[in-house]
Ligand binder design. Structure first.
Ligand code: ADP
Ligand code: MG
Length: 533
């Protein structure tokens, strides 16, 4: 049972989950939520980044009645940053239900916290030290608390909060539900659990060790708001035959595939909200090569078996190492080589190292492709296509005009003009993606608000062709269908290895994609600089 909708949550909570963009419960969530909802005590163990906050937050919010004005739930966290972070997530989850929550931590003016407490929040998320402070001042009473959560319990104990936690827990009524979450389970946690939890159910999600050796793995450190530009450059530079780009949420997938289309790439998105019919259409287009960038969520891509995927891009890092392995396993199939790129925001570097440790595979750091490399990549493809055409095609009908033009113009100039035309100008459509929060691993970071500035670019001018189309339709009007051009003479020379990939994406003037889909021909000279003008 992985679907949030199957968990028997009330609609307002479900709505909040949808709003957060969570598509599916993570393993720890799928296991914890039913137990938490049954009212039992529990211990949940899973590594960082696996969604433990929502694992306790969702059932907690589901359980609390909005009519009470007492403190009925207490969440303890080790640090101020974590208290804020958990409070933020709880805040988002309570949005539609209208329950109050408040973070309480040291370092903030206590008077201000006392004023906020007068608004009668039902959920307190606090660090042990400051909580005790309020308890002693009688500004917080725990007499009505029905649920206690010890979050990141191992870190709390590491930080020396054992005694504080014990003192606090003794003040909470015995008739309560206690849940403990931790990434690791050292003996002192077990001791704490024995003392304060009643016959707890244990849930643990241990990552499997897996690796995929034929895949070349690299990462690029890039700020959230520059990810889109980085993706465009990467695609230009690498010109993948078939790429899968992974986004964290459905919203991300929608926005990203639309943005890529706007920039002139043949891309489409796949996520769990699409009907079977829509999914089939997207997959068919991807398989036959009429789109060559598939943007997908983990869920949508699961079990997806397409041969010939040359590149996987983790536009957002996955939650857990296992999905990382799953994702990159979409490429490098059947003994073929594949490349996996991951975008890592500065705050997520630790999470990347965690993935490296678990997968026991080093992920090489690469610089962000430069604009020059992106352009070079595009031009290389154009040159390859040009040479392919010369080698394969019957060119006689063009030769007369070619000779005439050469009498008037310089050959280098003519050829450059032709290549420029084929490359197409970059469409600098303004792209704004909703930023995703970084995946957090180490809590020492200052987890401020996510950067809300978007990757806004100055919008350049691009001549009057249409914006990207969002589906298969709408292309017809501009169709210069080269496939009909005698079949073999055009740019889409069909060849044996490219079977089934005859190009339908490279057709209308709106699709100035600087590459061929014919599969063969550009591979041998991928790094051949001799084409560069
Ligand atoms: P942990 O406490 O296990 O380290 P968090 O609860 O902090 O992990 O979650 C890490 C990130 O994953 C957060 O940004 C959170 O919003 C996100 N997240 C949690 N559950 C899901 C889900 N089901 N789908 C997608 N993202 C999720
Ligand atoms: Mg956590």
């Amino acid at each position: 049972m992985k679907n949030f909708a199957d968990l028997g949550l009330e609609p307002k909570v479900l709505q909040a989950i949808t709003e957060l963009g969570f598509e599916e419960a993570t393993p720890i969530q799928a296991q914890s939520i039913p137990i938490a909802m049954s009212g039992r005590d529990m211990i949940g163990q899973a590594q960082t980044g696996t969604g433990k906050t929502a694992a306790f937050g969702i059932p907690l919010i589901n359980k609390i009645s909005k009519d009470t004005d007492k403190i009925v739930a207490l969440v303890m966290t080790p640090t101020r940053e974590l208290a804020i972070q958990v409070a933020e997530e709880i805040g988002k989850l309570t949005r539609f239900k209208g329950i109050g929550s408040l973070p309480i931590y040291g370092g903030q003016d206590i008077g201000r916290q006392i004023r906020a407490l007068k608004k009668k929040p039902q959920i307190i998320i606090g660090t042990p030290g400051r909580l005790l402070d309020h308890i002693n001042r009688k500004t917080i009473r725990l007499d009505d608390v029905e649920t206690v959560i010890l979050d990141e319990a191992d870190e709390m104990l590491d930080m020396g909060f054992m005694e504080d936690i014990q003192s606090i827990l003794k003040l909470v009524p015995d008739e309560r539900q206690t849940m403990l979450f931790s990434a690791t389970m050292p003996p002192n946690i077990q001791k704490l659990a024995q003392q304060f939890l009643k016959n707890p159910e244990h849930v643990s999600v241990v990552p499997k060790q897996v690796s995929a050796p034929l895949i070349d793995q690299a990462y690029i450190e890039v700020p959230e708001r520059q990810k889109f530009e980085a993706l465009c450059r990467l695609i230009d530079m690498e010109s993948p035959e078939l790429a899968i780009v992974f986004g964290r949420t459905k919203r991300r997938v929608d926005e990203l595939s639309e943005a890529l289309q706007k920039r002139g790439y043949s891309a489409d998105g796949l996520h769990g909200d699409l009907s079977q019919n829509q999914r089939d259409t997207v997959m068919r287009k991807f398989r036959d090569g009429s789109i060559d960038v598939l943007v997908a969520t983990d869920v949508a891509a699961r079990g997806l078996d397409v041969s010939g995927v040359t590149h996987v891009v983790n536009f957002d890092l996955p939650q857990d190492p296992e999905s990382y392995v799953h994702r990159i396993g979409r490429t490098g199939r059947a003994g073929k080589e594949g490349t996996a790129w991951s975008f890592v925001t500065p705050r997520e570097i630790d999470h990347l190292h965690l993935i490296e440790r678990v997968t026991r595979h080093r992920i090489t750091r690469k610089p962000l492709p430069t604009l020059a490399e992106a352009i070079e990549g595009k031009q290389r493809i154009i040159a390859e296509r040009l040479l392919e055409t010369i080698e394969s095609g019957e060119l006689n009908e063009y030769k007369g005009l070619a000779i005439q033009l050469l009498e008037q113009y310089d050959s280098v100039q003519l050829l450059s003009g032709a290549m420029k035309m084929l490359t197409g100008e970059k469409r600098d459509s303004e792209i704004q993606l909703t930023p995703e929060d970084p995946i957090r691993v180490k809590r020492r970071y200052n987890n401020g608000k996510p950067d809300l500035r978007n990757g806004r670019k100055p919008s350049g001018n691009y001549g009057g062709f249409r914006g990207g189309n969002s589906g298969g339709g709408g292309r017809g009007g501009y169709n210069r269908d080269r496939d009909n051009n005698g079949g073999r003479g055009g740019y889409n020379r069909s060849n044996s290895s490219g079977g089934g990939r005859s190009d339908s994406s490279y057709r209308d003037s709106g699709d100035r994609k600087p590459r061929t889909n014919s599969g063969e021909g550009r591979r041998p000279s991928k790094r051949d600089d001799s084409y560069n003008s």
